[in-house]
Design a protein around this ligand. Structure first.
Ligand code: DGT
Ligand code: CA
Ligand code: CA
Ligand code: ZN
Length: 574
């Protein structure tokens, strides 16, 4: 059974949680959390890296001990430490951790002080008013815990697309190699490049559906078979992820793919359009009376409705059908349109690799420029650069640039926006750089007006080129800060500066709707990796997916410009 990065992440998170419940050393706990983060954001599978003889200690925050544990997981599917920790604690205690608002500290206290081990006992304790008596809880917390338990009971968990991708791709390739199978596609929200997915929808075309279904339910990562018919089935993987499979006749593949790609709103709008033309559309094809007009390919279905092919990322019923009818669908940006990347870190701050290594990796990905934007000195935790170290880094970049042909390192910084909207480095220092990314890394929960003014003030700074990760959200972890994004975008338009689409899978910030707002306001978006190691440059693929959901074309994206044009635009912006 292949071990995925998501499994390693989950194991390290569990270790951190269990250690915290036990009251272990905070540094040790933090090390496991950081390691979990590293594996969750890794663009290649750890097992592939190991198979290729790569050293996992090269990854951010991974020392010899953690690398050893990751290897143990890849080799055996188990981690001795985790197994031992689980034996030391009552198993249900860890389930309490999945309740929003209950971190390891609180779980520890519930268990030690009230003997609460299960969700059921938790509900009883809350109902009896015993939780509010615990140190650090209170009546309000007690009530919100109870509400969280009740609402969680009827809510499905969504997972990051990048995590689902690891499972989807393995399963897809297993199914694709079964004799008789012609095509297998991951459909649903996954294909529409949504940032998170509720489940994975697989569609296969095959003459021997029954056999395909048998192999699917017997797949070695399946923990539960929820349903299994001749042509459709649903399973739960050991990771908790649900996978739906539908097997259809090759002649219906296009119609079925369209149907299972969704979105539901897009499907309904298409069906309504067909209805007006006297056509019936379903997952088997397009019908006029008894005659089947189309259905083998998606394009044939659209064509029968008088429409051009609509890319999956646009299928949200957000105006794409009208634009298709009038011949104004956007020509969405593709990964190969990107000429460079304007946000990357090195060892000089919190990155893991050297300038040389980052430059080499960027060239190998076909990029012709990379902006080095280490953190400013304000945040002590990230070993930020002050004016002197920035100057030294700039000299190093000049020397390296002399050795490249057809590739340029740009000098930059990711400067902190302070609470009042001023920046952590002086104008004189910023003026010497090619790219200045201004980002919020503190005071996330200011009131809306204050937060908005703060960002507007930062953008007023004449040397700022880009607003970094504009909403500050971390998917599944931290909500966006409360800010009037329309005003921020208008300000960027006035100033002639740009917005970042941060491509880290957990950020994807700007979101799709804000990308479209930027487009409409004439503000160019820069699709940036925010790489903290050479591996992370591959984040750009995720960013391009999000940009496509935001209707961005090549011309709307700053870093599709060749270096000469880019330099001109960077100058105009400041
Ligand atoms: P998810 O799984 O929540 O991330 O989102 P989807 O879009 O993948 O939704 P899912 O898995 O429930 O269904 C996959 C696709 O199947 C969906 O995008 C459209 C299609 N579909 C499902 N239920 C219906 C329905 O009731 N009516 C129509 N027209 N299409 C449906
Ligand atoms: Ca789905
Ligand atoms: Ca589904
Ligand atoms: Zn950064």
């Amino acid at each position: 059974m292949p071990v995925h990065n998501a499994d390693i992440t989950a194991a390290f998170e569990s270790i951190a949680d269990l250690l915290e419940i036990q009251g272990a050393n905070p540094f040790r706990i933090r090390a496991y959390r950081n390691a979990a983060r590293t594996f969750s954001e890794l663009s290649r599978e750890a097992r592939e890296l190991l198979a290729a003889g790569e050293d996992l200690t090269r990854l951010p925050g991974i020392g010899a001990d953690l690398a050893g544990k990751a290897r143990e997981l890849v080799d055996t599917g188990h981690c001795g430490l985790l197994d031992r920790l689980r034996k030391e604690l009552p198993p249900a205690v860890t389930e309490l951790l999945h309740i929003p608002g209950l971190g390891p500290k609180r779980v520890k206290s519930l268990w030690h002080d009230l003997g609460v081990q299960t969700v059921e006992q938790l509900v009883h304790a809350a109902a009896a008013g015993r939780i509010r008596q615990l140190h650090g809880f209170g009546e309000k917390t007690e009530r919100s815990i109870l509400e969280a338990v009740l609402s969680q009971a009827n809510q499905k968990r969504r997972i990051l697309r990048s995590v689902a991708a690891q499972y989807a791709e393995s399963l897809r390739s297993v199914l694709a190699t079964i004799p008789g199978v012609k095509q297998v596609t991951v459909a649903g929200s996954f294909r529409r490049q949504c940032e998170t997915v509720g489940d994975i929808d697989l569609l296969a075309s095959a003459s021997n559906a029954t056999e395909v279904m048998q192999r699917f339910t017997a797949y070695d990562e399946v923990s539960d078979v929820l349903s299994a018919g001749d042509t459709r089935g649903s399973v739960l993987l050991k990771s908790g992820l649900q996978v739906d499979l539908r097997v259809v006749d090759p002649a219906c593949y296009g119609a079925a793919l369209l149907y299972f790609t969704g979105s539901k709103a897009h499907n309904i709008a298409l069906r309504r359009l067909g209805h007006k033309q006297g056509l019936k559309i379903n997952e088997y094809g397009v019908f006029q009376g008894q005659t089947r007009l189309a259905g083998t390919t998606e394009a044939s279905v659209y064509e029968s409705l008088g429409l051009p092919y609509i890319p999956a990322e646009l299928r949200e019923n957000r105006g794409e059908i009208e634009q298709a009818q009038s011949g104004h669908l956007p020509q969405l940006v593709v990964r190969t349109d990107l000429r460079g990347d304007l946000h990357a870190h090195t060892r000089d701050s919190d990155g893991h690799d050297t300038l040389e290594a980052m430059a080499k990796a960027a060239q190998e990905l076909g990029l012709s420029y990379l902006a080095i934007t280490d953190h400013s000195a304000y945040l002590g935790v990230t070993h930020g650069l002050d004016a002197a170290r920035l100057q030294a880094q700039g000299e190093m970049i000049d020397r390296l640039n002399d050795t490249f042909s057809g590739f340029t390192l740009l000098k930059g910084v990711e400067v902190d926006i302070l609470e009042d909207g001023s920046l952590a480095l002086s104008d004189a220092v910023l003026a010497r750089l090619d790219v200045v990314i201004a980002s919020v890394h503190s005071h996330f929960d200011l009131p809306r007006t204050h937060q908005t003014e703060r960002l507007l003030r930062a953008l007023d700074h004449p040397h700022v080129t880009l607003l970094g990760h504009p909403s500050g959200r971390l998917l599944g972890e931290r909500a966006p800060y409360d800010v009037d994004m329309e005003r921020v975008i208008r300000k960027a338009a006035e100033r002639g500066c740009f917005l970042e689409l941060n491509s880290q899978p957990q950020r994807l910030d700007l979101n799709d709707l804000h990308c479209r707002m930027a487009r409409d306001a004439g503000v160019l978006v820069s699709i940036n990796s925010d790489a903290h190691s050479t591996f992370d440059l591959a984040n750009l693929d995720c960013g391009v997916g999000q940009a496509r959901r935001g209707w961005l074309e090549k011309r709307h994206v700053l870093n599709t410009r060749p270096i000469g044009a880019l330099r001109d635009m960077l100058k105009v912006s400041r």
